[in-house]
Design a protein around this ligand. Structure first.
Ligand code: GRG
Length: 310
């Protein structure tokens, strides 16, 4: 394949994963109650659908699908795991946009959930997406091996909760009122928790589904951590240099709020250099899996994450 064909193949895979995620999420968020549920209130469902359908790059489900594919695992199983992860991601965006947190009006180019509905409904839609994510992972329809399901539930809980995304959000909020700027190490920890942990889970999930060897699983975790860090530096850079029309959300927020970012700490060029080093580290980690050419799409994903414009 030529370089242009490789690029085309990557775009097709990304789009296919996004479309498959959209359809699978829409099916999961259908009105019919599941066994054990009593009823699905219409307005809550509508808010959950608003928060999770019709937008987003679907990067996290794509990473689950591609990591599982390294081990020949394809189809409904990785897609459902990707949907569970995307539900957590969408809930975090809904809650992050609330007046008590970032207080934003625009997300994915549309009014935020609490603007389109109301605050209480947005909180509940986030809560229900969070709970549903673990329902999907625990459901035998996701995987017939209960040990695999339990491993996925545990890994996602660790990535999304106290010591992961939610903990990172708390550190971020605390930093705003700390009265002193965060040191670089503190910013890196905060970012690894707040945004890195979910991206890392995506590739760890592929290793769990693929029953990767310990060495391969470790290498993939290193890839996920580097990718997550590259994603966040790219986010800091975009917030500093882009605009709301391109981003689909407010730009320049970090500087406005005096947030500690890597652009603030390293300058724009320093942040770009760090981003590029992280992409190299992600690619090295994939080479260490010993899976060779099969890792090409994930290598392209590292470049994509770093160079994205929204
Ligand atoms: C409120 C519990 C709680 C957690 C919030 C992840 C997070 C923690 C907040 C999101 C705020 C934010 C803008 C973080 C920066 C990185 C990030 C997650 C950007 C959005 O992710 P993309 O670019 O979004 O993958 P799309 O819309 O493409 O899915």
């Amino acid at each position: 394949m030529t370089a242009a064909q490789h690029a085309e193949d990557f775009t097709r895979r990304l789009n296919d994963a996004a479309q498959a995620t959209e359809s699978a999420l829409a099916a999961l968020l259908a009105p019919a109650a599941l066994p054990g549920e009593i009823a699905r209130p219409e307005r809550l469902m509508e808010a959950m659908r608003y928060a999770s359908l019709g937008g987003g790059k679907r990067l996290r489900p794509f990473l689950v699908v591609e990591s599982a594919r390294l081990f020949g695992v394809e189809g409904a199983t990785p897609l459902r795991v990707g949907c569970a992860l995307e539900m957590i991601h969408c809930y975090s965006l809904v809650h992050d946009d609330l007046p008590a947190m970032d207080d934003d009006d625009l997300r994915r180019g549309r009014p935020t959930a609490h603007k389109a509905f109301d605050e209480a409904t947005a909180i509940l839609a986030g809560d229900a997406l969070l709970t549903y994510a673990f329902d999907v992972l625990a459901d035998p329809a996701t995987h017939d091996d209960p040990q695999v399901r339990a491993a996925l539930v545990l890994a996602l809980a660790r990535a999304a909760g106290l010591g992961g995304m939610v903990g990172g959000q708390q550190l971020d909020l605390a930093a705003e009122t700390a009265g002193r700027p965060l040191a670089q190490e503190e910013v890196l920890t905060l970012q690894a928790m707040k945004t890195g942990a979910l991206l890392r889970f995506a590739v760890d999930a592929g290793a769990i589904l693929g029953k990767a060897s310990a060495a391969q699983a470790q290498a993939l975790t290193r890839y996920g951590a580097a990718l997550g860090a590259a994603f966040q530096v790219a986010d800091d850079i975009l917030d500093a240099v882009s605009d709301a029309a391109t981003l689909g959300k407010r730009a320049g927020k970090d500087a406005e709020r005096g947030k500690a970012t890597l652009v603030g700490l390293l300058g724009l060029d320093g942040a770009k250099a760090r981003r590029d080093r992280l992409v190299d580290a992600a690619i090295d980690a994939l080479d260490a899996t010993g899976l060779g050419e099969a890792t090409r799409t994930l290598k392209q994903a590292a470049h994509f994450v770093a160079q994205r414009n929204n």
